[in-house]
Design a protein around this ligand. Structure first.
Ligand SMILES: C=C(O[C@@H]1C=C(C(=O)O)C=C[C@H]1O)C(=O)O
Length: 471
């Protein structure tokens, strides 16, 4: 049953909700502490991207997440609780923040439905601190949204989180909720048309290709002489458009162009957005079943089926690419074992995207109750897929070679719920959007045997895939 302010059930619900909110308020008064009421209701289906487009304000944090393969999309708008920090223990502090918030949340509604429990949205940066002072996102942002609209298959769930203390007017809160449901219903018929009109880019600068190739050559020498077997080097593409980038049309393009990737966007509430279409899952945990992707080793898609199959064959049999890939598997299995988990390496396969294909090995494990998802994220980030091997040494080299701030690029981005379910991706194939400017990021793993020309082609291929979607 879905709820709407005009349905017959509305009055029953309204009464029940009123009683619930009054009870939460009484608890807040008794315990002299602020409580968070989390109300979940099934509503008529609406596209979460439309919700984000129509309901978000520029000064609010927001988060968008879509996985077409799993028939899932979530929009999270505005924050009732947030943490923005930096430093070595940012994952641990985020975990503590989430646990503290959860101890003050009281839920109402259909909590057995998908995405009906309070969810915390998280974005971390690649390094524990951003060196570039003007970089617009914190090294860690975690927030509990005020509004969350999620679609899973045919079902659409609204979660409304609201602060309750002695001073709030419960009637007014209910009025805000029903008004929002009315607006959401009015958005149900709205849909996007693909916007293929590329803007005119008045300025487009690839960080000089020669500089990138020079860095690859230099990294190869370091790999020969030092205790590091892989360094992932990234490059940027700065674009200035003649109009402001349209975030929602760009995301709509991304989900059509990359249906088998995770589509994501997060805003800092100050006008900047970090968006992308990532093929790489860092971890997902569903009912204690963890899956992580070892994804490294790349080849272009072919123009014909025969060329495509030949490229795939070459990739699967290339000693260099397999070595690059194995470093990631070894690291992930080691780190999971250190946490007391028993990783199972599943058979290797190909992850074929619209313009590129990767070697892909899913790894699974059962997560014990006492291991929080963010503990696993902190153990796994950064993997050799985006840093190198060993990651610590590789990170020092990355700072030496790359003259730009990685920020949220190649870093964990995702959500965690109250039951330890979560999904985090690695923020690759991504861009920072700021008005009429965009900075696109892409990288490639350098190992002994890497060819600077081929690595540059790989990076450019990845950048182009994203550039095509921006409008
Ligand atoms: C670093 C990136 O991608 C990573 C590097 C890959 C490679 O070098 O083969 C493949 C997939 C990703 O793990 C990126 O896209 O920016």
């Amino acid at each position: 049953m879905t709820v709407s302010p005009c349905s017959v059930d509305f009055f029953v619900y309204n009464k029940e909700l009123y009683r619930f909110l009054i009870a939460v308020q009484q608890k807040s008064i008794k315990s002299n502490s602020t409580q968070i009421a989390s109300i979940s209701l099934e509503i008529d289906s609406v596209d979460p991207l439309v919700v984000l487009d129509k309901l978000t304000q520029p000064n609010q944090l927001n988060f968008y997440w879509e996985n077409k393969g799993k028939n899932e999309a979530i929009a999270a708008i505005d924050a009732v609780a947030k943490l923005q920090i930096e430093g070595k223990d940012r994952f641990y502090k985020s975990e503590e923040f989430i646990k503290y918030c959860l101890s003050n949340i009281i839920s109402f509604g259909k909590t057995e439905a998908p995405f009906s429990k309070p969810i915390f949205f998280c974005g971390f940066s690649f390094f524990e601190r951003n060196c570039q002072e003007s970089y617009p996102f914190s090294a860690a942002t975690v927030f509990l949204p005020r509004w969350q609209v999620a679609v899973k298959g045919e079902r659409c769930i609204l979660v409304f989180n609201t602060i309750i203390n002695a001073g709030v007017n419960v009637q007014r809160i209910l009025h805000i909720l029903w008004r929002k449901i009315e607006i959401l219903h009015s958005l149900g018929f709205y849909s996007y048309h693909r916007d293929c009109q590329q803007p005119k880019f008045s300025k487009k600068s690839v960080a000089q290709p020669d500089k990138f190739k020079h860095s690859v050559l230099s990294a190869l020498k370091t790999i020969q002489s030092k205790n590091v077997s892989k360094i992932v080097l990234a490059d940027i593409l700065d674009v200035k458009s003649n109009t402001t980038f349209n975030l929602f049309n760009s995301l709509n393009n991304l989900r059509h162009l990359h249906p088998n990737c995770y589509i994501f966007s997060t805003s800092n509430g100050q006008g900047q957005n970090f968006i992308g279409a990532s093929p790489e899952r860092l971890i997902s945990i569903h009912k204690q079943q963890l899956i992580t992707d070892a994804l490294a080793g790349s080849a272009p898609r072919g123009k014909t089926p025969a060329e495509d199959a030949a490229n795939a064959d070459r990739l699967l049999n290339s000693e260099k690419e397999r070595h690059e890939h194995l470093l990631v598997i070894d690291f992930i299995t080691q780190r999971l074992s250190q946490l007391g988990l028993l990783p199972q390496v599943l058979p290797p396969r190909l992850r074929q995207l619209s313009n590129i294909q990767h070697l892909w090995t899913p790894i699974s494990a059962i997560v014990p109750d006492n291991v929080h998802p963010l503990k696993i994220v902190s153990q796994l980030h950064p993997t050799p897929a985006v840093a190198g091997a060993a990651p610590d040494v590789a990170c020092t080299e990355i700072r030496r070679y790359e003259s730009f701030e990685r920020g949220l690029y190649a870093a964990p981005l995702g959500w965690v719920d109250a039951d330890g379910n979560c999904e985090f991706i690695v923020g690759i194939r991504s861009a920072l959007i700021d008005g009429d400017r965009a900075r696109l990021y892409a990288g490639a793993g350098i190992v002994a045997g890497s060819d600077p020309d081929k690595e540059l082609i790989e990076v450019q291929l990845k950048l182009q895939a994203l550039l095509k979607a921006l409008v």
